[in-house]
Design a protein around this ligand. Structure first.
Ligand SMILES: NC(=O)c1ccc[n+]([C@@H]2O[C@H](COP(=O)([O-])OP(=O)(O)OC[C@H]3O[C@@H](n4cnc5c(N)ncnc54)[C@H](O)[C@@H]3O)[C@@H](O)[C@H]2O)c1
Length: 511
């Protein structure tokens, strides 16, 4: 058997058929669309067959056609697999010898596309039922997927990475998220043990300049080899400064970094933000790899291209948007992360789950283990938001849920008293109070407590925190917009709150 075909899976309206025909054309093989095969075999539209014979009879045909297709598809072929075919365990098992690519689509977008085609699809006659089915099917696609093609990612670009996966250039455990944004696309490689397998094969022609901190560099620095030079900074938020950035720039000069070099940021959000900013500005910009080693960085900071440093006055006040050339997430490195740092990461997971709602929120609210599927969901949630709005002009602001007060707490306490995630946890409590979501606030408070995260603000006056919120980067004129959330999955960016309400929400944290 060869390396297997590319098999595109996902909900109706995702664009599987187009993806398969584009891929097959490039690979010089056959594009096989199982829905089209079925219609030809049944000699009628799927909707008409469904109505006459029922879903069970249809699924039997669908399973057989899918199994026959997967048995014959070779490495130059590309298959578009009908949206419901994965309900069969035999089909799911047959996918193991292929590269399964989940073509992601938002429920509303899928509904609009399917409505526009005018084709009679039996499960797309009622909008509510269609959207519920979209949610219900996500998990089966997620579990089967080796690769995730985010909405908006260009398939021609993606093919190079899909073929690297198909041809076994990455460890067998590797999964791939193909991320898109206005200023560029990049692969996010994900899997336990990826770093242990070494990275020699990745972009071998570029010299690597490794930036890490002393703790992470000692633990994992050798996994990035070969590197041209290595710089280890002192760990901690207090070192995410302009002075430290200058030290990195000057080290890059001394070590001989050129535009043909890549900066590799190995560490938590501090290293990622700092090294990313230095890469964005060194010689007006050279590529950066983000290799996140904390939970905060794996689910959040390594993704989306925000880089920067703090000023004493305010957090992340100087920076640049600079999308990574590659992100490598190896959850195995979290084994050495101290429990307090894992807890801080849980606050960002919680924030992401509140924004996403649905299955992710349901998983997190019941405090189920943060397995790889959950990390991947957080990653895809963040990438989905960034794809829609890279530069924070609208929907991306939802990612700042809890951050207006969180950042103010960090700045007002000199970046020393609270970890970023801990401050975000407190900020979430304030945001939920401002949203009038009292029951949800109590639930979040219990979850923070269960993870030994602070639920009481200490060591700083309410007025100092309130004053610090005025430096929020989203501020326009005299107004600081807040992200409010009354219901998980429905964040509302750009909301105004009164000074009195804000003061009360912050004062309550100190109570
Ligand atoms: N750019 C963004 O979009 C974005 C998003 C969220 C947070 N951030 C930023 O991220 C920063 C916080 O990042 P963080 O929470 O990762 O903190 P961090 O980078 O300070 O790391 C926390 C500590 O964990 C240690 N560590 C890291 N990985 C380890 C490992 N695998 N094993 C053992 N020790 C390890 C580090 O040495 C450090 O002492 C903040 O500056 C925040 O502003 C940025």
């Amino acid at each position: 058997m060869g390396a297997g075909a590319l098999v595109f899976i996902g909900f109706m309206g995702a664009g599987k058929s187009t993806a398969a025909s584009t891929a097959a054309q490039r690979l010089g093989g056959e594009a096989i669309d199982t829905d089209a095969l079925l219609e030809a075999e049944l000699r009628t539209e799927i909707g008409a067959y469904f109505d006459r014979h029922g879903e069970t009879a249809f699924r039997e045909h669908e399973e057989r056609v899918a199994l026959e297709t997967l048995a014959r598809a070779g490495e130059r072929d590309a298959v578009a697999l009908g949206g419901g075919a994965l309900s069969s365990a035999r089909v799911r098992a047959a996918l193991a010898s292929h590269v399964t690519v989940f073509v992601e689509v938002a429920a509303e977008v899928a509904w609009q596309r399917v409505s526009l085609t005018g084709a009679d699809r039996p499960l797309a006659r009622d909008r509510e039922a269609f959207i519920a089915l979209h949610g219900a099917r996500q998990e089966v696609y997620e579990r089967a997927a080796k690769a995730f093609l985010m909405q908006g990612a260009n398939l021609i670009w993606a093919l190079e990475h899909l073929l690297a996966l198909r041809d076994g250039r990455w460890a067998a455990s590797a999964r791939l998220v193909l991320a898109a944004s206005a200023s560029g696309s990049y692969p996010v490689w994900f899997g336990s043990g990826l770093l242990a397998g070494g990275l020699r094969h990745a972009e071998p022609d570029r010299e690597r300049f490794l930036v890490s901190d002393e703790t992470v560099g000692r633990l994992y620095g050798d996994r990035i080899s070969p590197v041209a030079a290595k710089l280890l900074i002192t760990p901690g938020e207090q070192h995410k400064t302009l002075a430290q950035a200058e030290a990195v720039w000057r080290w890059l000069v001394a070590a001989g970094a050129t535009r043909a070099s890549t900066v590799v940021a190995l560490g938590g959000g501090v290293v990622g933000d700092l090294a990313g900013f230095c890469a964005a500005t060194y010689q007006r910009g050279i590529p950066v790899w983000q290799v996140p080693t904390t939970l905060v960085a794996q689910v959040d900071s390594a993704l989306g291209g925000k880089t920067g440093v703090d000023l004493p006055e305010a957090k992340n006040y100087v920076g640049a948007y600079h999308q990574p050339a590659l992100v490598l997430v190896d959850p195995a490195v979290l084994e050495t992360l101290p429990p307090v740092e894992v807890a801080a990461g849980f606050a960002e997971v919680l924030k992401t789950a509140l924004i996403a709602g649905g299955e992710l929120w349901s998983h997190v609210r019941h405090d189920r283990p943060l397995d790889e599927l959950v990390l991947l969901r957080c990653i895809r949630t963040k990438l989905g938001v960034v794809a829609a709005d890279e530069r924070d002009s609208g929907v991306r602001q939802v990612l700042n849920l809890g951050h207006t007060v969180g950042h103010a707490i960090e700045a007002a306490t000199g970046y020393a008293r609270y970890r970023h995630g801990e401050a975000v946890g407190l900020g979430l409590l304030a945001a939920l109070r401002l949203s009038g979501a009292d029951a949800l606030r109590s639930e979040v408070l219990s979850l923070l407590g269960a993870h030994q995260l602070p639920t009481v603000l200490e060591g700083v006056e309410t007025d100092i925190v309130v004053a610090a919120t005025r430096h929020d980067k989203k501020r326009t004129a005299d107004r600081v917009p807040f992200v409010l959330l009354a219901d998980p999955g429905h964040p509302e960016p750009g909301r105004e709150v009164t000074d009195d309400d804000l003061r009360a929400a912050v004062a309550e944290l100190g109570a």
